[in-house]
Design a protein around this ligand. Structure first.
Ligand SMILES: Nc1ncnc2c1ncn2[C@@H]1O[C@H](COP(=O)(O)OP(=O)(O)O)[C@@H](O)[C@H]1O
Ligand SMILES: CC(=O)OP(=O)(O)O
Ligand SMILES: [Mg+2]
Length: 370
């Protein structure tokens, strides 16, 4: 493997990077889409890929034969980087309803790229790989991954998976390299989707997920751009008794809630900060609920770790919202000796390193890679 095209299809942005085997970026670009485009008429992914990626690919010399995709939900089967085959793609198709803002668009990008690259690289083998957001959380204990629901449901595989694992792992590795004394870390991934991860770092600097706020789907936990985060299941029962349909419920909780639903204005924290400053009640409420839930979650993660030495902020809000960082530091001043760090999200770099490691392992076991 010399270099790889990395595709990160998030709920509000698509990030592309051309990386070498160490994960170093040779080139990168990103575009907003989906949720963030909802007010502007909702650009479809197919249209974005056609307008943006087609000319980019045409200009790349040589064209990469290795493409790595971030897949948010790997379900119970996929906990290691996986070469995409028709059989794997069929299995991933079944997971689309469990991550409706992510898995479907990622599969669309995979199919689109397969077609494009095959026509441009006639006869050459193209490999597309998937790395999973769920994989890092495979280390969750039984207590942390189990819902208190009937045995027959648990036997069907209804459990907590956790997401954003690629970035939480990257944050854990980065913090371990920066400060080898940190053993207990809370990683705050605050972008369009938001989640926390309680991370233990071993003496060799390896991070391990101990707890996390997302669960069976990326809807549980914190308030997000357009996702509700956790709500009382009794509230959903109440709505169902009133006759709400599945797809209406899905749309409301995934696309019309969170910062957007609270503010009735926007799911973008930049806009909300601006409008809250001008006295917009909805924007003020959205920020207050977001912050309240975040503090609650940080408390829960600290309890799962039995103490915490550092909190790392990552993702668009985590990296750039200075007001939030200040508010959190003030609100958690009672936690002694806490270190605050900001870590730039880098799912793409981590994915390349994971695949490079897989290449070495596969060569040992006789499999050939690009
Ligand atoms: N300067 C900023 N202040 C506050 N929020 C910001 C700032 N810059 C970006 N954001 C927030 O980050 C969000 C996007 O985060 P990002 O991590 O890039 O998204 P994704 O989850 O799609 O990867 C935006 O919706 C916006 O709310
Ligand atoms: C899992 C998830 O919510 O991802 P993103 O923040 O990229 O939407
Ligand atoms: Mg992201």
């Amino acid at each position: 493997m010399t270099h790889a095209l990395v595709v990160n299809t998030g709920s509000s942005s698509v990030k592309l990077a051309l990386c070498d085997t160490s994960g170093r970026r040779l080139w990168q670009e990103q575009r907003s889409w989906g949720l963030s485009q909802a007010d502007a008429g909702g650009q479809q992914l197919a249209e974005l890929l056609e307008q943006w990626l087609s000319p980019l690919l045409a200009a790349l010399e040589p064209l990469p034969q290795l493409v790595i995709h971030r897949i948010v939900h790997g379900g119970a089967h996929f906990s290691a980087p996986t070469l995409l085959s028709p059989q794997v793609l069929a299995e991933l198709e079944n997971l689309v309803p469990l991550a409706p803002l992510h898995n479907g668009p990622a599969l669309e990008a995979i199919n689109w790229l397969q077609g494009q690259l095959e026509s441009q690289l006639q006869g050459s083998a193209i490999q597309q790989w998937a790395c999973f957001d769920t994989a890092f959380h495979a280390s969750l204990s039984e207590a942390a991954s189990t819902y208190a629901i009937p045995a027959s449901w648990r036997q069907q595989g209804l459990r907590r998976f956790g997401f954003h694992g690629l970035n939480h792992q990257h944050v854990g590795e980065t913090v371990a390299a920066r400060d080898p004394d940190i053993r207990r870390l809370i990683s705050c991934q605050l972008g369009a989707g938001c989640s926390l991860c309680a991370i233990e770092i071993d003496p060799q600097g390896q991070p391990r997920s101990v707890d996390t706020t997302m669960g069976f789907t990326p809807l549980e936990g914190l308030v997000m751009a357009s996702r509700s985060g956790s709500v009382d299941p009794g509230l959903l029962l109440h709505l169902m008794r009133q006759g709400i349909g599945v797809s209406e419920l899905d749309t409301a909780l995934n696309r019309q809630s969170g910062l957007l639903g609270l503010s009735e204005l926007s799911g973008d924290m930049r806009e909300l900060r601006l409008q809250a400053g001008e006295g917009h009640r909805g924007a003020q409420l959205a920020i207050a609920v977001f912050r309240h839930r975040l503090l609650q979650g940080i408390g829960a993660m600290a309890a799962s770790l039995g103490g915490v030495e550092a909190i790392a902020l990552s993702g668009g809000i985590g990296e750039h919202d200075d007001a939030l960082a200040t508010e959190l530091e003030q609100a958690l001043a009672w936690l002694p000796g806490l270190r605050w760090l900001r870590v730039a999200a880098d799912e793409e770099g981590l994915m390349v390193r994971l695949i490079a490691k897989s290449c070495v392992t596969s060569r040992r076991t006789g499999q050939r890679l690009a």
